[in-house]
Write a protein that binds this ligand. Structure first.
Ligand SMILES: Cc1ncc(COP(=O)(O)O)c(C=O)c1O
Length: 489
């Protein structure tokens, strides 16, 4: 670069040319989004994106500056009206929490501060530590355990499984790879376990053939007799069983594996006991579930998502590991450019990069810190309890309605059901129920998702929604029956 002196005579920055205009627009954005959230019940639960809107979202790479007011107007017209809908009171698809207005504002503050919560002496590092300490308290984990905030359940599970893999081999797997292990490393979970565990096993180089997906009982919980049989078979074959994964709330039906039994099996065979509690682990705070989920406290690690059943804005998940040294050993590294110093900016707590895969990390902790202070943990526990009560209420409505069939008993916050008529074949019912789901969504009435249980297409309601009210479930049942009747005529 020869002419750099010339360039430096006219330096640019990305700050606004007119700060007052930015401030005014920022206030309007907050007003508009607050109105949007306040009035969300009046909106459809989901809206189809018109073809021309989708087309209009395909644009050439902008070359020149555009007015910020015009850009915001485009957002209001082409983007804002077509959300996934999880902020709506009748959204119950997959397992997606609702977010909160204060959480939204916290996200803005975090983006304004814009720290990289990876390392260094700055406030975000201490806020994350505090949040992790609260997470330990929520799960009744000792303060000596370690943890990290991650993007969600998938990352939380893979983080824990990597620690398990490295720790359990007793070898330097980081250097030598899984070939250092004696025999084929095997791990165990129920057939209902979330697909992210399989992905984790693939990414870790263990190979999904070594993940033993154990049969479930008629309540979709792992069969412990089959589990022990599989472990013994592996031992007999010279394989190395190293980890058992229990579900605190399966994605399909919300089933909780028999965690107490899994705990003793894990101890008997010296397996790392990990719990995928992406949403269900948080129900531990509900008195009716504290016993069943109690063994979570004894597990070696637990994964759970604060953006699911703590209603935090996307995205924030958490993993806790009892053995903090094993956790650190699995990830720690200190290249020259990341050296910790005694003083100055490069001082500060142990870098978070020593506890996970990511180095660049946003300030997820702020929305958790601010939201927990806003509501207090008791209110969160009450909201979770309310969601479970609503799921049981929905189950009762379904059982009372002759044209609906509950496909598995409600055990927590997930309800799977279908419209049914005895004169229609299973194949016909599968088609009909799929049509009902799509119509409920397209008509903006409600957004359940779907799954297949025992060959039956299920309308699936996963309730992690703090905006839902009893009447929303009445409406879902009424409309499902109306649509089923209409489609059959
Ligand atoms: C039981 C369970 N585990 C793991 C996950 C994956 O979590 P995430 O989507 O946050 O990565 C989910 C997601 O719904 C889940 O329900």
């Amino acid at each position: 670069m020869k002419d750099y002196h010339k360039l430096l005579s006219d330096e640019i920055s990305l700050d606004p040319p007119d700060w007052e205009e930015m401030r005014t627009l920022g206030h309007k954005m907050i007003d508009d989004m607050t109105d949007h959230l306040q009035n969300i019940r009046q909106e459809p639960s989901w809206r189809k994106i018109p073809g021309e809107t989708k087309e209009s979202l395909k644009m050439n790479l902008p070359q020149e500056p555009q007015a910020i007011t015009d850009i915001y107007e485009e957002f209001r017209q082409r983007i804002l009206p077509y959300p996934s809908g999880n902020i709506h009171p009748r959204f119950w698809a997959w397992v997606q929490g609702t977010g909160t207005p204060f959480g939204m504002l916290a996200e803005m503050l975090a983006a304004g501060m814009n720290p990289n919560t990876a390392l260094g002496e700055h406030s975000a590092m201490y806020v994350e530590r505090q949040v992790l300490s609260w997470c330990k308290e929520m799960m009744n984990y000792p303060q000596s355990s370690s943890g990290i905030l991650v993007s969600g359940g998938s990352m939380a599970n893979i983080t824990a499984l990597m620690v398990a893999r490295n720790h359990q081999t007793g070898k330097d797997v980081r250097k030598e790879g899984v070939r250092a292990a004696t025999g084929n490393m095997t791990l165990y979970c129920s057939a209902e376990t979330h697909s992210c565990v399989e992905k984790a096993v693939e990414v870790m180089g263990i190979g999904s053939n070594s993940l033993r997906k154990i049969e479930v009982d008629n309540h979709y919980r792992i069969r412990t007799d089959e589990l022990e049989r599989a472990i013994k078979l592996d031992i007999g074959a010279g394989n190395t069983p190293f980890c058992l994964i229990g579900n605190a709330g399966t994605v399909n039906t919300g089933a909780i594996d028999p965690l107490e039994e899994l705990l003793s099996i894990s101890r008997k065979y010296r397996l790392w006991f990990h719990i995928d509690g992406a949403f269900g682990a948080l129900a531990k705070m509900v008195p009716e579930y504290s016993d069943e989920l109690g063994p979570t406290e004894e597990a070696d690690s637990v994964a759970f998502d604060l953006h699911k059943w703590m209603y935090m804005p996307f995205e924030v998940g958490c993993v806790l590991i009892k053995d903090s040294a094993a956790h650190r050993e699995a990830f720690a590294s200190e290249p020259n450019y990341l050296m910790n110093h005694e003083r100055g900016l490069a001082a500060g707590p142990d870098p978070m990069g020593n506890y996970g895969l990511e180095l660049s990390r946003g300030f997820k902790a702020l929305k958790v810190w601010m939201s927990l202070k806003e509501h207090g943990i008791r209110k969160y526990a009450a909201a979770i309890r309310q969601n479970i009560a609503q799921a049981f209420y929905l189950g009762e409505l379904i059982e009372r309605e002759a044209r609906l069939e509950l496909l598995t008993p409600v055990s927590m916050n997930v309800v799977c059901f279908r419209y049914k008529r005895n004169d229609v074949s299973n194949e016909g019912l599968n088609k009909l129920n799929k049509e009902i789901v799509m119509s409920l969504q397209e008509d903006g009435i409600a957004s359940p998702s779907s799954t297949i249980l025992d060959g039956k297409y299920a309308i699936r309601v996963a309730n992690t929604n703090h905006r839902s009210r009893k009447e929303d479930f009445d409406e879902l049942v009424r409309e499902t029956v109306r649509m089923g009747d209409k489609l059959l005529t």
